[in-house]
Design a protein around this ligand. Structure first.
Ligand SMILES: *[C@@H]1O[C@H](CO)[C@@H](O)[C@H](O)[C@H]1NC(C)=O
Ligand SMILES: *[C@@H]1O[C@H](CO)[C@@H](O)[C@H](O)[C@H]1NC(C)=O
Ligand SMILES: *[C@@H]1O[C@H](CO)[C@@H](O)[C@H](O)[C@H]1NC(C)=O
Ligand SMILES: *[C@@H]1O[C@H](CO)[C@@H](O)[C@H](O)[C@H]1NC(C)=O
Ligand SMILES: *[C@@H]1O[C@H](CO)[C@@H](O)[C@H](O)[C@H]1NC(C)=O
Ligand SMILES: *[C@@H]1O[C@H](CO)[C@@H](O)[C@H](O)[C@H]1NC(C)=O
Ligand SMILES: *[C@@H]1O[C@H](CO)[C@@H](O)[C@H](O)[C@H]1NC(C)=O
Length: 600
């Protein structure tokens, strides 16, 4: 589709991407890609003076123990259930061996990099340094190129492979930016966003939650009843924002005046924390469709629980023609470093992120490392939610953004075989992935609801029974879709929520928005209420949800049994009784969940 063969031929003939430099240590390849992912093409050599913010992930010596602790504190019935780890305890479990630190330091010094130029994460498991491309090429025995993403016109400075001295392979998990081509994208359906007018009568009373969604609809459909949370329990709801998506305060105030007047009367508003030189412009014409959807949805449900919008800077575009030495670092890693640095009291108890990308655009080693960071947050008692994606079993990037689209459903391993396209971070077993529904009485699976099976992460034991049951009861899929999905992979979504026709105030206009970008903050809002119920009763917050969800939490969910999630020229999977890879366990019933976790 994107003329990759031509590109490969071009490289083979005239531009080898990795020309060995002469170095003393014996270098061997640490990571390589057969070709840039679909949609990406090499544009030029990277300017030698382009500054990279290189992040070296040192091997986390005791991650197995951290993972064990995560299962124990997250599994109901275990004697450690709810006994979340503190910041220092987690750091102790992920810090690298002394050997790793010493060997990596020696290698950097050998290349003329003074140790004073390095910054380190609190656990010392990440080393960060600014380095021009020319020096990074020597260090990693590679060549950096500018790559262009044809559909969007974005540019990235990346390498198709890099090498390390053989003796360092066991001490370094990953070095980025190098082979990561992921473009963190908002999971918001671009085909929606049409303007509407609200009637002058009190819009707080929805005419029909069957077609358009307001906070009152969500409270009704998810059985919130008259539950009133506390503003002061210490519970915080976090919203991650990237890509200069700006959350507008005036719009959100208008939204609250209209739908949650008591919140507006109290002057309730999300607060903002800026990360990595992030910004949050309040220019009305720059209000972010994704950001406003996220903050208005959570505020509408969770008032008066404090909400924090984290705006992380440091993203493309990089403009090669201007030869700007712009940093093209992954904003993700910056956010994670910031949030890991929070004290236990400052950490949000629930965190919603409506951004992601195809799993295969994230190199395996980096996906594993990022996924492990979510395990650290889970061990500290944070419920981490991600949108499951908006392309059904594909990525929805076909013509007209239709879930049925033909598209990019091919592997990126050089073999170009047909495949479904699982999304990351939804496919990480340490996060809770949120799919989408629409309508009510009953709710249906929305056709774009992202779902499927990871090719990177094996099926965690907490979901083996549920997923095994689904495949046993729908054996046709295993044969019909043979080779397209990995039946032994981590399956998602775990849950779902409303995701279509959300009423949002954007730049002073009322618009309708859709996507698992809407369901993720919705579900997070409900979980924040459950956490409030627990905390005000002196109980620990839910923390990492999945072991609880698959063991007993699912009894508090509305099972969704209608609909399917087409993609890649197939009908995708069917929603069925019990767990399914379209809607997970279904949508939350606050009243029932509250009774399950702490009867009142
Ligand atoms: C992969 O195969 C499809 C279908 O045959 C083709 O359209 C596409 O161009 C191929 N892509 C690459 C990179 O070879
Ligand atoms: C979304 O809302 C519009 C405007 O109210 C309505 O025409 C449309 O049918 C709704 N879509 C769905 C799927 O309910
Ligand atoms: C802010 O919102 C109000 C509605 O609450 C609107 O009348 C006003 O024009 C908005 N202000 C700006 C600067 O956009
Ligand atoms: C933020 O911007 C300032 C001034 O431009 C710069 O000195 C600093 O390095 C930047 N910080 C980060 C984390 O990029
Ligand atoms: C607001 O943003 C628009 C669009 O980016 C821009 O044209 C305008 O100049 C900005 N207004 C102010 C006051 O900065
Ligand atoms: C929602 O719409 C569906 C299909 O049109 C209908 O069967 C159902 O009764 C409606 N639900 C409500 C609560 O109006
Ligand atoms: C999925 O559901 C549709 C509609 O109910 C049905 O026709 C189809 O046979 C189901 N597919 C499988 C594999 O069960």
């Amino acid at each position: 589709m994107f003329a990759l063969l031509l590109l490969l031929a071009h490289f083979a003939l005239c531009s080898p991407l990795s020309r060995p430099h002469s170095t003393s240590a014996s270098y061997t390849v640490k990571e390589s890609l057969p070709a840039p992912p679909p949609g990406w093409a090499a544009y030029s050599r990277a300017p030698g003076n382009h500054q990279l913010k290189l992040k070296i992930g040192l091997t986390q010596a005791r991650f197995g123990e951290l993972e064990q602790a995560l299962w124990e504190v997250s599994t109901p019935g275990h004697e450690r259930y709810g006994m979340h780890l503190g910041k220092e305890e987690v750091e102790e479990l992920v810090k690298p061996l002394e050997d790793s630190l010493a060997l990596v330091d020696a290698w950097l010094e050998e290349h003329g990099i003074p140790l004073s130029a390095l910054s380190r994460s609190p656990a010392q498991d990440w080393v960060t340094l600014m380095l021009p491309v020319s020096a990074a090429e020597q260090l990693l025995n590679t060549e950096y190129h500018v790559f262009r993403h044809t559909p969007s016109g974005d540019y990235l400075v990346r390498a198709l492979q890099y090498s390390l001295p053989a003796h360092l392979h066991a001490h370094i998990d990953v070095i980025q930016p190098s082979t990561t081509f992921a473009r963190l994208q908002p999971k918001r359906r671009s085909l929606h966003g049409e303007r509407i007018s609200l009637g002058s009568s009190a819009a707080a009373i929805p005419t029909s939650c069957n077609s358009t969604i307001t906070p009152a609809c969500l409270k009704e459909i998810y059985n919130v009843g008259t539950y009133t949370p506390s503003a002061t329990s210490g519970n915080i709801l976090g919203i991650a924002g990237y890509l200069e998506e700006w959350a507008n305060i005036n719009d959100t105030n208008w939204f609250l005046q209209t739908f949650v007047p008591e919140a507006a009367a109290q002057g309730y508003m999300f607060s903002v924390e800026l990360i990595n030189n992030g910004t949050n412009s309040q220019n009305e014409s720059e209000a972010g469709g994704e950001a406003n959807l996220d903050v208005q949805t959570t505020a509408g449900l969770s008032y008066p629980i404090p909400n924090i919008y984290y705006s992380t800077g440091g993203s493309p575009p990089f403009t090669p023609d201007l030869n700007t030495p712009t940093d093209t670092n992954e904003p993700y890693a910056e956010f994670l470093a910031y949030i890991q640095g929070k004290t236990d009291a400052e950490l949000p108890r629930s965190l919603t992120t409506s951004y992601g990308d195809d799993e295969q655009t994230v190199p395996y080693s980096y996906a594993v490392r990022v996924c492990n960071e979510f395990a650290q947050l889970g061990a500290r008692g944070v419920s981490v939610m991600f949108s499951s994606g908006d392309g059904g079993v594909g990525d929805g990037l076909g013509p007209n953004d239709q879930a049925y689209g033909p598209t990019t459903c091919y592997t990126n391993d050089g073999k170009n075989t047909s495949t479904f396209l699982p999304g990351f971070p939804a496919s990480c077993p340490y996060v809770t992935a949120v799919g989408g529904t629409y309508r009510e009485g009953p709710e249906w699976a929305v056709p774009f609801s992202g779902g499927g099976f990871s090719k990177y992460f094996s099926q965690p034991s907490y979901q083996a029974l549920a997923v095994g049951t689904y495949l046993a009861q729908n054996p046709a899929y295993v044969s019909m879709y043979e080779g397209l999905f990995n039946p032994f992979g981590r399956a998602y979504p775990d849950v779902s929520a409303q995701s279509n026709n959300f009423t949002v105030n954007l730049g002073g206009e009322w618009v309708l928005e859709a996507g698992t970008s809407a369901s993720c903050p919705t579900f997070t809002g409900i979980i924040s209420l459950v956490n409030d119920h627990l905390i005000t009763n002196g109980r620990p917050a839910l923390g990492f949800l999945n072991p609880w969800l698959y063991a007993e939490g699912h009894y508090g969910f509305n099972d969704i049994t209608i609909g399917n999630n087409p993609g890649c020229y197939t009908n995708g999977f069917n929603a069925t009784v019990g767990w399914d890879p379209v809607t997970g366990w279904g949508t939350p019933d606050f009243g029932k969940i509250a009774q399950i976790v702490w009867p009142y």
